[in-house]
Each structure stands twice: as structure tokens, then as C-alpha cells.
Design a binder for this molecule. Structure first.
Ligand code: PAN
Ligand code: ZN
Length: 191
């Protein structure tokens, strides 16, 4: 294959050319927010767009990379900030690099063994998510939280563990600022 040159437009985070444009709306985030009542109330109003991902669809041969932009829109479900679903890579021992282009967010990360970490991202900060760490982008700011990411093209995505168990920690707003708290709904055994 040939080299691919990309243009990233800010604000907005549009990546051109791209082959996939994922749009995740509120109804696709069922069970992810700790305040189910707030989730239902917000959803009853409108099925709003929570985040978008533009990606370049490279071959998934070992050695190749995928890359794209992730745009988490500003907003909250109750006291919990808008965020991505979050996932492990299906090929667990694969890493990922994120680079913050715009906005203010956190990457919430955890391992199956019980480690967790939340790193703050503002423009200019880069983050290495090591192999075996689940990761979720959280927008704690008032504008779009935009990152560039790249990961091994054969990684795949495993959403199941996070969908059933959730992350150990949440980020909620307290006195107008983000606060990391325990997830009251976290299921240790995954059941
Ligand atoms: C990112 C994420 C993107 C959307 O490209 O896929 O931020 O988050 P979810 O996949 O959790 O919905 C990435 O981490 N790829 O591996
Ligand atoms: Zn990933």
C-alpha cells in the first residue's frame, strides 16, 4: 500500500480522508452511567450525540497501524461527564498512543489485575496506554475534547468486560470541578 497523508481540521476534529465515521449516541451508552434515572431523563428528551470517531481503515495485518481522531462532545449525565464506552483491546497485549489536540479531558484506565490510573489531557499532552489497560476518554471541559490516537491494526476491540462490569472509577463534577470517585455499580466479579 501507499503512504497516507491526513488533514485534521480544528475545531471539529474532522480527519480527511477517512473511511469510517462512528457516531455514538446516548442510547448506545445504556448502563454506562452511574445515575440511571438521570440517563433515562436525558434520553427521554433526545438521543443526543455523545462522541464521534474518524478512522483511516488500514489493513489489519500484524505490523500495520490504525489511527484517527476521537471527539467527545461536552455534556453530563447527572453529575457524570460525557465519555466513550471504553474497552480492552481484543488482542489484550497491544498498546495505544493518544495525543490531545483540543479541549480538556481525562483518560480513565484500568487493568484486569486491579490497577487503575486517570491521566489529565490538555492540548499538547501525549499519553501512552500500555498493553492490557482498558481505556475510556472523558470530557470534563466545556468544548469538544479531541484526541488523535494510533494502535496496532490487528488489536480489535473488546467492549464486553466494560459493558458488564464498568470501570472501577468515575469522574463526576463537584463544585464545578472534576472529581474521581469509586463507581458504586462496579461489579468486581463481572456478574
Ligand atoms: C479509540 C476509541 C475511540 C472511541 O479509537 O475507539 O476513542 O472509544 P470506544 O471505542 O471505547 O467507543 C481507541 O481506543 N481505539 O482502540
Ligand atoms: Zn483502544
Amino acid at each position: 500500500m501507499k503512504p497516507i497523508l491526513e488533514k485534521i481540521t480544528l475545531p471539529g476534529g474532522l480527519l480527511n480522508p477517512h473511511q469510517t465515521h462512528l457516531k455514538r449516541v446516548l442510547s448506545a451508552m445504556r448502563g454506562q452511567y452511574h445515575d440511571e434515572q438521570a440517563y433515562q431523563t436525558l434520553l427521554a428528551g433526545a438521543d443526543i450525540l455523545v462522541y464521534e470517531v474518524y478512522e483511516v481503515l488500514t489493513p489489519d495485518t500484524p505490523g500495520d497501524l490504525r489511527h484517527g481522531t476521537s471527539i467527545v462532545h461536552p455534556g453530563k449525565v447527572g453529575d457524570e461527564y460525557f465519555m466513550t464506552k471504553g474497552h480492552y483491546h481484543a488482542l489484550l497485549e497491544t498498546a495505544e498512543v493518544y495525543y490531545c489536540l483540543q479541549g480538556h479531558g481525562y483518560m480513565m484506565m484500568e487493568t484486569p489485575e486491579g490497577d487503575w490510573s486517570a491521566e489529565e489531557l490538555v492540548p499538547g499532552m501525549a499519553l501512552y496506554v500500555p498493553p492490557c489497560w482498558a481505556h475510556r476518554s472523558i470530557n470534563v471541559g466545556a468544548q469538544d475534547f479531541i484526541t488523535f490516537f494510533t494502535y496496532p491494526a490487528n488489536s480489535g476491540h473488546d467492549y464486553g468486560a466494560i459493558e458488564t462490569r464498568g470501570f472501577r472509577k468515575l469522574i463526576v463534577v463537584r463544585d464545578g470541578k472534576p472529581l474521581i470517585v469509586d463507581n458504586p455499580n462496579w461489579k468486581k466479579d463481572g456478574g
